[in-house]
Design a protein around this ligand. Structure first.
Ligand code: SF4
Length: 705
């Protein structure tokens, strides 16, 4: 029996695991109490790594479609087939005729992070899409606009704050997002034990709200109004604290001027939180000494996600909590992608989409417009797709429309471990080694950690003969495609070499006391603690003038339009019912629904409604309801609960595994329905183009039993 230590890559918390292996079989998976960051914490998903490893549905060989049936094939054949199909489409229709979608698991897989560009970059298409625009795009854009780099995202210093104001986030269920925070429950308890407070603002009384000191229901998509009113109260009552960063910022008065009319009374009419409560939260926040505001999924994936996140940054700034211990800080990771020679700080509006003229943001278009770019004829129409570790049919708005669009493609390639609802339309699927069969270093989530740390995970299980790691596959695809287009392949080095160089040249590398290198990390498989977050502005700012840009032009324009609407009663009229999502600790990505231990038990795919709505709409607990939006309808069981505010229905995402041709047997037996058959591809955040999957207007109709 051997014990392997590694980081769990399934979610952003990167918990340390201790995996016992006997004769290449996983015997047990436990939390690693020696991991200095996660301190033994794990969630139920980690144990499901065994299920993924042993899943009979997981692809171990490339497959191609022959007469509508999947047949296994060799790597040589699959790679040639993939490249030739894409090459033919680009020859016939041009570079943009190939679209690329990269799903969320890309950022949890270091081989894809380091080597995808070697292949995907050769395609030279502007039709790039990813899970970013169904998630955190507003935060990355604001990082770029305000701090000069899309990865300069401020992290709440949960371990030192005295007042944590949390909007649209549920870390007890998610284990943290853009706040890598393993063991969050203990950290919240520690905050409360030192006399601090956690205040949760959310349309649902979430698992995190349950442990908070206070929870306030907020109408979906109104977070910006609430935060603007907090700022105005602080300004009006003279509670601002302009510290050293005042000299390293631009645009404060323009920013404050743009939102000055949003009084607590104006905000109350929009968000449903009464004006007195707003004023009290503002005073408590400003007087706490060390306070931090943080918003996540619910505060991003809504019509005013960029404004909500901007307001959160402004609130931290005017109270002196930006770049302050106990406030919001940026991490100083061991491998610093921000300082890397080929680092991409960000971009916006360099070109626009063909059909609805959406601006490019960070090199991509909104995933919500993928279907229209496939379905609308003319020059530049997408005729072929490459999907890498993604399932946008279940995870992007109007999934039914995308499903139909994909069925009409001339060619499709997928890099994936499963045949899912999206790549059932593919012609060839290329599966790489399983997560436990390759090594790992978290390139992204160390940037968002609430402490600085580093950990290298060696492969837990031997690599099966003939299999390819993700980076090897990407390099083979790149070599094949380079040959087709008559270009020499880009020089490439293994991820381990990139990591070693990055560590040695990084802030804890050879010029520092720690002298980190890959060899040193290998000697510490439990991970190396690199200390708490520390103030680093203005040095770490990447803006040209080393100043925080508090009033980016695109944001000011959106704010001015928003404030006009807020002051206009007609425009403010809300929908009768609004859809929001719901996270569960045993769910993350759709493929995790193929683990029996993660889906068993009570049906979680329900429409959660408040008892007042249930009575008004004649809905009964456990009985079906039809939920309808502009784009579609789904039918699912009602769950009546006081935990959701009136006029809101909460439905989790990632379900809807009842499509033909999918090879996810466990998931199919617990199919549920997809909330993205309701979300609307035209319902986007301006200016980012992020999908507004929260706050979608819907109607509920009881189904006769
Ligand atoms: S919280 Fe995330 S990283 Fe930690 S064990 Fe669970 S899935 Fe893995």
């Amino acid at each position: 029996m051997q014990t392997h230590r590694r980081a769990c890559h399934l979610c952003e918390a990167i918990c340390g695991l201790k995996i016992e292996v006997d004769n290449n079989q996983i015997v047990s998976i436990k939390g690693d109490e020696q991991d200095p960051f996660s301190r033994g914490h794990i969630c139920p998903k980690a144990v499901a790594l065994k299920d993924i490893q042993e899943d009979p549905d997981r692809l171990k060989q490339p497959v191609k479609k022959v007469n509508g049936q999947w047949v296994e094939t060799t790597w040589e054949d699959a790679i040639e087939l993939a490249c030739e199909g894409l090459f033919q489409v680009q020859q016939k229709y041009g570079a943009n005729a190939v679209g690329v979608y990269q799903g969320n698991p890309n950022v949890h897989n270091w081989g894809l992070m380091t080597h995808s560009a070697n292949f995907l970059g050769l395609l030279k298409t502007r039709n790039r899409f990813s899970a970013t625009s169904v998630d955190q795009l507003p935060m990355q854009l604001l990082g770029y606009w305000m701090f000069g780099h899309q990865l300069l995202i401020t992290i709440p210093d949960i371990d030192h704050t005295q007042y944590f104001l949390m909007l649209g986030a549920n870390p007890i269920a998610s284990n943290g997002s853009l706040m890598t925070v393993p063991d969050v429950a203990k950290r919240i308890k520690a905050l409360q034990a030192r006399g601090g407070k956690l205040i949760v603002i959310d349309p649902r009384k979430t698992e995190t709200a349950e442990v908070a000191d206070a929870h306030h229901f907020i109408r979906p998509a109104s977070d910006a109004a609430f935060v603007f009113a907090l700022i105005n109260t602080i300004v009006e009552e003279g509670l601002t604290r302009m510290d050293r960063l005042a000299h390293h910022s631009e645009g404060l008065y323009a920013a404050l001027g743009a939102i000055s009319k949003v009084t607590p009374e104006v905000a109350q009419a929009e968000c449903g939180i009464d004006a007195d409560t707003i004023r009290q939260i503002a005073r408590d926040f400003a007087n706490a000494g060390k306070a931090v505001a943080y918003g996540r999924m619910g505060a991003c994936t809504q019509r005013h996600g960029t404004l909500a996140q901007w307001g959160i940054q402004l609130l931290n700034f005017v109270t002196g909590n930006t770049d302050r211990v106990g406030g919001s800080l940026v991490a100083n990771p061991a491998l610093d992608l921000i300082a890397a020679p080929n680092s991409k700080p960000g971009s916006y509006g360099r070109w626009h989409s063909r059909v609805s003229q959406k601006p490019e943001a960070l090199g991509e278009f909104p995933s919500a417009i993928m279907a229209e770019e496939i379905q609308t004829g003319g020059e530049g129409q997408i005729k072929a797709m490459v999907t890498v570790a993604g399932n946008p049919v279940l995870s992007t708005p109007n999934g039914q429309q995308l499903d139909k669009a994909l069925a009409g493609l001339e060619f499709m390639v997928s890099v994936d471990l499963y045949i899912n609802e999206t790549n059932r339309h593919a012609d060839v699927i290329l599966p790489t080694t399983s997560p436990l069969e390759h090594d790992h270093y978290d390139l992204i989530f160390n940037i968002f950690g609430v402490r600085n740390q580093a950990k290298y995970s060696a492969a837990t299980l031997p690599k099966p003969q003939g299999s390819l790691d993700d980076w090897e596959l990407m390099d083979k695809l790149a070599a094949c495609y380079s040959e087709k287009i008559g270009k020499p392949a880009r020089p490439s080095m293994p991820p381990q070499m990139i990591l070693d160089m990055g560590l040695q040249l990084g802030p804890y590398g050879m010029a520092s006391e720690q002298k980190l290198s890959l060899d040193k990390l290998k000697q510490h498989p439990e991970g190396v603690d690199l200390g708490p977050l520390r103030p680093s502005f203005p040095d770490r700012l990447q803006t040209a003038d080393k100043k925080i840009q508090l009033a980016p032009a695109e944001v000011l324009q959106a704010a001015s339009n928003y404030v006009v609407d807020l002051l206009n009663d007609d425009k403010r009229a809300g929908a009768e019912m609004m859809l929001i999502g719901r996270r569960h600790i045993r769910s993350n990505n759709s493929w995790m629904h193929n683990s029996e231990r993660l889906v068993k038990g009570k049906n979680r795919c329900t429409a959660m409604v408040n008892p007042a709505d249930a009575a008004r709409l004649n809905l009964q607990d456990g009985y079906n309801v039809r939920v309808r939006s502009r784009v579609g309808e789904i039918t699912l069981p009602v769950e009546i609960s006081n935990d959701v505010m009136p006029s809101v229905v909460s439905i989790p995402h990632g379900w809807g595994h009842d499509k033909s041709g999918v090879r996810l047997q466990v998931a199919a037996a617990h199919a549920g329905v997809s909330c993205n058959d309701l979300t609307d591809e035209q319902w986007l955040d301006e200016p980012s183009g992020n999908a507004a999957v929260n706050g979608v207007p819907v109607t509920l109709i009881p189904v006769a039993q």
